[in-house]
Design a protein around this ligand. Structure first.
Ligand code: ZN
Length: 121
């Protein structure tokens, strides 16, 4: 049975994440603060500053190495961290006449991964 978690700061639904995800997304100086034995979640609230949390630890947007796309009001956020391709780059490419993902890939000179492809479509 999955237990539904809510963010302690904003009350939004939270999604369970693996410990390895929390550790790889946190800034290096904060990794020691991660408690290995606890369950970790991420807040789904787009206006909330909290990202990962456990029962006794909370991390904010500033504690992680990347921008969380749904918590940012900018188009400069990567839609896929592997490609490091931003919404703005896609919009710019389309404005310049790109019509397919391959066009965007050529224009931006970035490798568009399968994950990014699915977010674009
Ligand atoms: Zn929250």
């Amino acid at each position: 049975m999955n237990i539904i978690k809510i963010c302690p700061a904003c009350g939004s639904l939270a999604i369970e994440v693996e410990l390895i995800t929390v550790k790889s997304m946190l800034k290096d100086n904060l990794k020691a603060e991660v408690d290995n034995g606890k369950e970790w979640h991420i807040c789904s609230g787009d206006k909330c500053e909290i990202t990962y949390f456990s029962n006794n630890k909370k991390f904010s947007k500033n504690d992680i190495r990347v921008l969380v796309w749904y918590k940012e009001q900018t188009h400069e956020v990567p839609i896929c961290y592997c490609s490091n391709l931003t919404e703005k780059e896609i919009f710019d490419a389309v404005k310049k006449g790109c019509k397919t993902i391959e066009d965007v890939q050529d224009y931006t000179n970035k490798n568009i991964t399968e994950t990014a492809r699915q977010k674009i479509l």
